[in-house]
Design a protein around this ligand. Structure first.
Ligand code: ZN
Length: 154
């Protein structure tokens, strides 16, 4: 079980450079103007990891953009503190994709204080930050206090 974050020292600069890394990966991996997406995650040591979903022939086996940085954080033994996923549409606008239900479940190992980018209600290309705990208000683990507390879900 991964320990929950102890502090709230993610700065506006950290958030901005995580979003910038996500946009940079989209621009470098997918030059041009086609639809493309990527994710970026800020780790507890300040590293920003990025990733993008490989294209596959059968849509039922697609992965989320978040999977690559999520797995890399595990490989490195680091905690994810911030996650963002963006989709560039033709014309260059970057839509903010809130983490899907599966990714929310994966990210739950880092506790409810993890910050996730979600789209502004009126402007889907504007990032708003929400705690994972706000995205999972009735998280299932809460009924198991012995397991929930170490994970920060108590
Ligand atoms: Zn997902």
């Amino acid at each position: 079980m991964v320990r929950p974050p102890t502090g709230d020292d993610v700065t506006a600069h950290d958030l901005a450079r995580t979003v910038a890394a996500c946009r940079d990966l989209i621009a470098t991996r997918f030059p041009g103007d086609d639809d493309a997406g990527a994710a970026a995650m800020l780790l507890d040591d300040g590293t920003v990891l990025t990733g993008t979903a490989p294209e596959v022939l059968n849509a039922s086996v697609e992965l989320c953009h978040e999977v690559e940085p999520f797995a890399a954080a595990h490989r490195l033994g680091r905690r994810v503190r911030v996650t963002v996923c963006l989709h560039r549409e033709r014309g260059g606008r970057h839509l903010v994709l809130a983490p899907c239900g599966v990714c929310r479940e994966r990210l739950a190992v880092f506790g409810p204080r993890l910050l996730a980018a979600v789209p502004d209600v009126f402007a889907p290309d504007v990032v708003r930050w929400r705690r994972l705990g706000h995205l999972l208000p009735d998280y299932w683990l809460r009924v198991f206090p012995d397991d929930a507390a170490p994970a920060g879900w108590d």
